[in-house]
Design a protein. Structure first.
Ligand code: ADP
Ligand code: MG
Length: 399
């Protein structure tokens, strides 16, 4: 398929870039290894992770690649095909600080977290190349983190449980990039399974892998290409509104420590006492958690019609109750649903921009692409990027 030739071409280009930065791969007796880590998309379960709920992501074909070769002096020298500038350098034998250029903080952070965990790393020369769009909501950041971690571990001859690696990468994102992200992205990127989506319980990190049969169901991701300027507080504000709900329910029942512990009946009974906005935020989370586990059961039964309906309900809840959608995302969902063979569509990711995910019959892929590429530019003046993907495996060592 074309993605196979694309991958071969990108790998060849990556090795070319490695040679330009660090000298010919064959002139040095050490082997150049190639590591991959995919991007991800969430089928359903939005803003549920930090409420101890469920998420339902899968790893996607766009991916980060790292070509790397070990060094004995502890020095890490890093380049990315996405960013110009001199090589980034730091040493695993000294304290690693975040700094400029900012793109490298994800890699610096992962190295520092591994070192702090007492893992004996060697240095490396490495080049990153990624087909995951930067800042497009498909988690280019987790792909870079997990790929860097796996590269450092592989060169040191070490193995790490994928969930542990995911936790290390999440810590790196918290402390080095200053992003208080949940655990979904790094977990699916590190521990995804080809041909499967992952129902992840964010409370105890237990996982259930559900087959996604590409002969019956295709996943289409449409990037709205529009990111709304935020004051920066929106994510924190949503979290605080969820916490306000938890505080209320915790007063009546100390067993309630997150919205995961609140049933829809309990929530409804509190409609008149909770502030209206808090009530709506909580209603999104409580109903979304229920939709997410139900969606996994429906996918297992190949009930795509009902799965699609749940995705539409999820979008409506994110738009109306959680208020994190945008006119562009709403437009993409509405237009996708006019195409025959589209089961469902919703915004995916934290919101305020980013992507829409549609689940569709295979024969609907091209009509959907055609329709969106016609109407979306007409109405917004912007041409969207469209990705058609199967569910891929989590990060792995290619060579
Ligand atoms: P996303 O939604 O794509 O995860 P983020 O803002 O969380 O967006 O992460 C984007 C950051 O990830 C970039 O600013 C950069 O630091 C890092 N990154 C992504 N792709 C690359 C790349 N190809 N090379 C180097 N760093 C990258
Ligand atoms: Mg990210």
């Amino acid at each position: 398929s074309s993605s196979v030739t694309d991958n071969a071409a990108r790998q060849a280009a990556l090795l070319g870039a490695f040679g330009r930065h660090f000298g010919s791969p064959t002139a040095n007796s050490r082997r150049v290894r190639i590591i991959r880590a995919p991007g991800r998309v969430n089928l359903i379960g939005e803003h549920t992770d930090y409420n101890d709920g469920f998420v339902f992501p899968m790893a996607i074909e766009p991916q980060a690649l790292i070509a790397c070769r070990s060094r004995d002096d502890g020095l890490v020298r890093l380049a990315s095909t996405a960013f110009e500038g001199p090589l980034v350098e730091f040493s695993v034998q000294r304290r690693i600080e975040s700094g400029e250029p900012g793109w490298a903080n994800y890699s610096r952070g992962v190295a520092q977290q591994l070192v702090s965990a007492g893992i004996p790393l060697c240095g490396m020369d490495a080049v990153i190349d990624s087909s995951v769009p930067v800042g497009g909501g498909l988690s280019s950041s987790a792909a870079i983190e997990v790929a860097t971690g796996l590269a450092l571990l592989t060169l040191a001859g070490l193995d790490m449980d994928p969930q542990r690696l995911a936790l290390v990468c999440q810590q790196a994102e918290h402390f080095f990039a200053g992003v208080p992200c949940g655990i979904m992205d790094q977990t699916i990127v590190a521990a995804g399974r080809a041909g499967h989506a992952m129902l992840l319980d964010c409370r105890d990190l237990s996982k259930q892998y559900i087959p996604v049969d590409g002969r019956e169901l295709q996943v289409v991701i449409i990037n709205s290409m529009v990111r709304h300027a935020l004051t920066g507080g929106e994510y924190a504000e949503r979290r605080e509104q969820c916490n306000a709900g938890v505080r209320h329910f915790n007063q009546g029942n100390p067993g309630v420590t997150t919205l995961r512990d609140v049933s829809l009946e309990t929530l409804r009974a509190a409609e008149d006492v909770l502030p209206a906005v808090v009530y709506r935020r909580c209603r999104h989370v409580v109903t979304e958690i229920a939709r997410t586990t139900r969606a996994a059961a429906l996918l297992l039964q190949n009930d795509y019609d009902e799965l699609g309906r749940l995705m539409l309900q999820s979008h409506e809840s994110l738009r109306g109750d959680f208020e994190v959608s945008t006119p562009e995302l709403d437009l993409l969902v509405a237009e996708a649903m006019t195409v025959r063979g589209v089961y469902g569509a919703r915004m995916t990711g934290a919101g305020f921009g980013g992507c829409v995910i549609a689940v569709v019959q295979p024969r609907a892929v091209e009509p959907l692409r055609h329709h969106i590429l016609k109407v979306y530019p007409e109405k917004t003046g912007v041409t969207p990027d469209i990705y058609v993907t199967t569910a891929t495996a989590g990060a792995s060592v290619l060579e």
